[in-house]
Write a protein that binds this ligand. Sequence first.
Ligand SMILES: *Cc1c(COP(=O)(O)O)cnc(C)c1O
Length: 359
Amino acid sequence: MANRVFNFNPGPATLPLDVLKTVQQELLDYKGTGMSVMEISHRSAEFDEINDTCIALFKEILELDDSCHVLFMGGGASTQFAMVPMNFLPKGGTAAYVDTGSWSSKAIKEAKLLGNVHLAGSSKESKYDHIPDKLDIPGDAAYLHLTSNNTIYGTQYQAYPDTGGVPLVCDMSSDIASRRWDFNKFDLIYAGAQKNLGPAGVTVVIIKQTMLDKCAEGNPTMFNYRTHAEKKSLYNTPPAFPIYIVKVVLEWVKTQGGLHAVEKANMAKKERIYQLMDQHPDYFRGTVQPGSRSWMNITMRLPSEDLEKKFIAEAKTAGMVGLKGHRSVGGIRVSLYNAMPLEGAEKLARFMEEFKKKN
Ligand SMILES: *Cc1c(COP(=O)(O)O)cnc(C)c1O
């Protein structure tokens, strides 16, 4: 489509054009109902099918054990920052957290309201420029909480720690379904959909039955994971339209060839940009240590703030938007989620080369 741009926004982010077209095509009359998915009952057979298919696609694409529950909730990943300790951090107990940036810090803040937090690792001292490689995990911690990809700072775990039996909880908001992992290593995964899975409004929670068994008693109904697991996320009205779009996105992932193909594409995209940065390290100044580089959000500074402004403005004129770094860190941020085509990364790389030559 002629007026579509390459959208490098960090979230809400670009969606595959094919997904938008499917949604558009089905918008006014969903499968012969004469209604939009926005207008049908969440108790209808049509929605049941959407819900079941979405759950099944998560299990298939992430190769999850059948005993996992896939939940669709509201409130964003930020609500999960509180729900995790509400359910798993007993009064007087301790949970271990790794602080790798703003999102981890926010999760820690919520846990501290409810119990003790043991800092198992942190890269705060070096401005979050890496993922700590040695963690100190107390054997009696209620769980270890990680943020897999740091959307703002541009770091990402390239391997996950062995927790020695301590349950592993992970905020995967900005890199879920972007590459292959053994997702069954995690006892609980949560992710806001608006980066790699769909639109804002739904948060996916993947929880093992063994973890579900540990949920605290006595929490208000909506703040108890068991409620959502027992009712297949239909205790109340779920964010039905976002769930539907996530389903269409996962169908698209499958058509691409699943995580294997998505990983290959994501690798090619990030390499295109990092290679260029490595060729001109004094100009495109990466802000993170090479071993912790994110595949999803590439962060850099240019030689001056004026050049950064010019870069962002000229990229926009050339049809590439969303390249401004987070307001807390500045600079340039290139978000390369699943839906960004290789063509977009290549166009940006060419633009970067030209920009450097001229400036
Ligand atoms: C965007 C983001 C969040 C916040 O998600 P909301 O859905 O806005 O609450 C949390 N964690 C990470 C890693 C993120 O990228």
